[in-house]
Design a protein around this ligand. Structure first.
Ligand code: ATP
Ligand code: MG
Ligand code: MG
Ligand code: MG
Length: 563
């Protein structure tokens, strides 16, 4: 027996006009169709229809997380400052963090993401390698004081996220946990009916190395990516890769306090990359001698675009010495050996949004030599993969002209490595009886954002148009007439409900059939079943919301069709 929801008793007030502040289609339609109401900037109330869609998405996410053996938990959203201070994110998050004090002056934050707290939970609960691997997840309210919380639930300041975290003793174990999540995400987004692409991404404030984003193409998206119409190549347009070559005769080594006369500027870098200085550059990944090696920058931080030149030298050419990494293979990304520069990889993340950029490093330890200057000590040898591209540029994989599209980030997976385990000394007893440092992954799905992404991708001029798995009901029965029609509509609704079909029935008295049809199109349940003109004969009309195809059916036929 599935639910039969009567419109006459449902708290829903549809609107004919778009809300004045709405810029995106999903924002307009979710408000007009009575799914959500704005509470304050970036903070939303989920009304009954919206809550159903949100819950449906959460259910799919839960099922696929459970299927890979992840265990559901629920951590607090109100968190003490100390763990975030230990990881330096209390500072690094800047204005994005909601900070508050309790009555005794103790400092707290509202969790924007939970790496720190999960690390501590596992440190408390897990003692031996035998207890690993473990994968934990929660579906929870997150808080980020976003600078521009436009676009409705697409970018909230309070929003729902599924976040999970994996804990392994080996790199292979982490790779496996990451693979399991990647596959689970593919299943989730396919089941939800989302069109999506997987692109490699920079790890941003999370730190760590491997990271991929799940992007849902949509005009309202705030990410741009390139997409090959002929093969499955897709890439974040912000990912730029180039190779460095040591400059002949340059002095290398653990250099300290050299002056930096040739500090490159954003303009010179942009010119070198052949992109406008205003371009969004993210994830500069440098390879040397064809090999990817990593070097972080000293701490994640935001810098002014104007000041980027100053920061670029240490960022671009942080070199590290072999001794710095003695016994720390997990940190070894590159080093300066006896022969001078042997390997260096640098990952920076200057997201040159207007006025600001964001530079990110793989680790924060002072493990780098300073003041080695790009251009003086080594030079750009080759572009390995410059994907700041124009529409029509050849696909690196098959040569077809690329398309430039906008997309919504719906999910993001990271191999964090030992960043947080190092911060909190998360060790377990290893097979040899010695402590082993744990390696972690973190994985997020924007559950409330997925509602908006689905609305963006599936809506049409008439309104919302949900894929079956997430729709607030399977069928919207419309009583289009008087008592006779209402009686038939309720009768067929009961029968459908008894057969396990989720029904929304518009039994409102004193509302014209025209208004009911318009509302049904706006609300967007995939099948619309109308008790109208031929009700006396027991004939109904079934309309497919997406295709608009109609067909007359008897009650029995309709039930057979819909169950
Ligand atoms: P964005 O680039 O859109 O700001 P993010 O990279 O900061 O997102 P993550 O930290 O990767 O987000 O969080 C995991 C997921 O949570 C994102 O992929 C996205 O789907 C969702 N998410 C992030 N910020 C918001 C927000 N403000 N409102 C709704 N969902 C969000
Ligand atoms: Mg963000
Ligand atoms: Mg992002
Ligand atoms: Mg992200």
């Amino acid at each position: 027996m599935a639910q039969v929801q009567r419109m006459s008793r449902l708290m829903v007030k549809t609107l004919r006009d778009d809300p004045a502040d709405a810029e995106t289609l999903s924002h307009k339609l979710l408000v007009r169709a009575g799914y959500v109401r704005r509470n304050s900037a970036g903070i939303w109330t989920w009304l009954p229809l919206g809550k159903k869609v949100l819950d449906n998405i959460a259910r799919v996410v839960r099922e696929e997380m459970d299927a890979i053996g992840a265990q559901e938990v629920l951590l607090p959203a109100l968190l003490p400052k100390e763990p975030y201070e230990a990881s330096a994110r209390w500072e690094e998050y800047g204005d994005l963090l909601f900070r508050l004090k309790d009555r005794k002056g103790g400092e707290y934050l509202l969790g924007p993401t939970h790496e720190e707290i999960f690390t501590l939970v596992v440190k408390d609960q897990v003692a031996s390698y035998k207890d690993l691997p473990v994968m934990l997840y929660q579906i929870q309210t997150k808080y980020r004081d976003e600078a521009r919380p436009r676009s409705g639930v697409l970018r909230g300041r309070e929003f729902q996220m599924k976040d999970s975290y994996s804990f392994d003793t080996t790199d292979e174990g982490l790779a496996e946990s990451y693979r399991l999540h990647r596959e689970a995400y593919q299943k989730i987004f396919t089941r939800l009916g989302l069109d999506y692409r997987i692109v490699s991404a920079v790890s941003g404030a999370m730190g760590g190395s491997a990271s991929e984003e799940f992007l849902a193409p949509a005009a309202a998206g705030e990410d741009t990516f390139v997409d090959c119409p002929a093969c499955d190549y897709a890439a974040n347009t912000e990912a730029v890769t180039f190779a460095l070559k040591p400059v002949e005769g340059a002095e290398h080594g653990p250099v300290e306090d050299l002056d930096t006369p040739d500090t490159p500027t954003i303009e010179s870098l942009a010119e070198h990359l052949g992109v406008p200085a205003s371009a969004t550059l993210k994830n500069l990944l440098v390879k040397v001698d064809g090999e990817i090696v990593a070097v972080g920058v000293p701490g994640d931080r935001e810098v002014d675009l104007g000041k980027l030149g100053e920061h670029l030298a240490p960022a671009v050419v942080e070199l590290v010495t072999a001794e710095d990494f003695e016994g720390r293979e997990d940190l070894v990304r590159g080093y300066v050996g006896p022969q001078g520069l042997e390997k260096v990889r640098y990952i920076a993340d200057p997201r040159v949004a207007p006025g600001t950029a964001w530079i990110t490093g793989a680790n924060k330890a002072d493990t780098h030599a300073r003041n080695v200057v790009c251009g003086r000590d080594f030079q750009v040898d080759d572009y390995l993969d410059v994907v700041v591209v124009q529409e029509g540029d050849p696909c690196p994989s098959c040569g077809t002209g690329l398309k430039l599209d906008r997309a919504i980030e719906i999910g993001h997976i990271f191999q964090l490595g030992r960043k947080y385990a190092d911060t909190f000394q998360l060790d377990v007893l290893g097979q040899q009886g010695k402590p082993v440092r744990v390696t972690m992954g973190s994985y997020g799905v924007g559950v409330s954002r997925a509602v908006a992404a689905l609305a963006e991708q599936s809506a049409d001029e008439q309104g919302l148009c949900w894929p079956k798995e997430v729709a607030p009901a399977d069928v919207h029965v419309v009583a289009a007439g008087k008592a006779l029609q209402t009686e038939l509509a309720l009768d067929v609704s009961e029968k459908l409900g008894a057969a396990g079909v989720r029904v929304l029935v518009d039994d409102r008295a004193g509302v014209s059939p025209g208004v009911k049809f318009t509302d049904a199109e706006l609300i967007g349940v995939p099948q619309i079943l109308v008790a109208g003109r031929r009700s006396a004969e027991g004939v109904l009309e079934l309309k497919d919301r997406r295709t608009g195809e109609r067909e007359e059916l008897t009650i029995d036929e309709a039930i057979a069709r819909l169950t």
